[in-house]
Ligand binder design. Sequence first.
Ligand SMILES: *Cc1c(COP(=O)(O)O)cnc(C)c1O
Length: 371
Amino acid sequence: MKVPLLDLVSQHASVRSEVEAAVNAVVERQGFVMGPEVAELERQIADLSGARHGVACASGTDALLLVLRSLDLAPGDEVITPAFTFFATAGAIHNVGGTPVFVDIDPETFNLDPTATEAAITSRTKAIVAVHLYGQMADMGSLGSIAETHGLTLIEDAAQAIGARRKVGGEWRRAGELGQAGTLSFFPTKNLGGWGDGGMVVTQDDALAGRLRSMRLHGGTREYLHEEVGLNSRLDSLQAAVLLAKLPHLESWSAARRTHAARYAAGFAGLQSVIAPPTDPLNEHIFHQYTIRAEGRDELHQHLTDNGVGNKIYYPLALHLQPCFGHLGYRPGSLPVTEEAMTTVISLPIYPELTESQVDRVVEVVGAFYG
Ligand SMILES: *Cc1c(COP(=O)(O)O)cnc(C)c1O
C-alpha cells in the first residue's frame, strides 16, 4: 500500500462539482480581477479569523511583505522571528529593509519561545513575527503582553494555521485575531489551497486595512492617484471562487486531520524512538503537518521512502544558518532548540482524505524501522 504525503487529486474529486460551478461562473462573466468573489472571500475569511477585515493578495509571502512594509522600517530596524519556519517569514523582513533577529523555539510546539523573545528585544526592535508552525498557535497571550509592554507590533504568520484556535485569557481566539495583523496563504498544499498562489492579511485595524488595500494596488486610493508606491498584488477572481467553494469543507477537513493525529499518537505510544507532536492543552491544532521527532531521522526518511510512505523534512536547514543570512553572524550552536529540531523532525502524511488503514500502514512502516 502506498501512502502519499498529500493527495490533492482525491480532495478535488470530493469537491469537483462545487468548484467547477464556481469557476465557470467567473469564466462566463469574464471578470477576472477584483470581482465580487474576492470581496466575499475576504468577508468569510475575516469572519473565520475573528477579524474585522480581510485583504486578499497574490500570496502568503506578499501578505507578509505588505504588512511589514506598512511598518515603514528604517535600515537597522529589527524584527524578531523564529528561524524554524518557511523561508518567506524572514525573507519578507529582509525585503522590506528590516533585519531579522532569530530567536529560539519551544521544544514541544516548535513555536517562538516568549522568554527568548523578550530577551532579544533591543532599542531597534520594531516588531515580532510569530509563526503558528504546523497548525498550532504560538503563545499569543505571552507574546501579546511582551509586545504591548515594549510598544512592538505583533504579526501572526498564520499561513499554516487557518482556523486554528487558542485559549487566551480563558477565551477561544482564532489565528489572526489577536495580532495587529495575521497573514494567510492559499498555496495549493495549505489546508485551504487554491489552484495556484494566493494569500490574505486579516486585521482588526481599520486604518491598516485601508492602507493595505491601497498598497496591493500600486499605492493608490483612487485610480491614477498614488499616495505611496505600492505593489501589484491582487488575488484573482478565479482563485477566490475556488477557495469560496472549498471553504465550507475546511472545518471537517481540519477535524479529520485531528482524528488521524490521534490515531498516529496511539500507534506511536509504545515506540521510544519516536516523539509524537504534543498539542499544547490551550490549543486546538489544525495539523497542517504531522511532525514527529525521530531517532535516526535521516535513515527513517530513507526507509519510509523505500516503503512507499510519503514524508518530508520541514525544515532541514534553519534560517539563521542559511547562506543568505550569513552576514547576520549566527553560527551552529546559536539556537540549540531550533538546531535539535532541524536534525530530528520528519513530517508524515496527515491530509484529510487518508484512510484508517493508510494511517495504520504508516505506523507499521515506522514501527518496522525500529524493529
Ligand atoms: C507557505 C508559507 C508562507 C508563504 O506563503 P506562500 O503563499 O507560499 O507565499 C509563509 N510562511 C509560512 C510559515 C508558510 O508555511
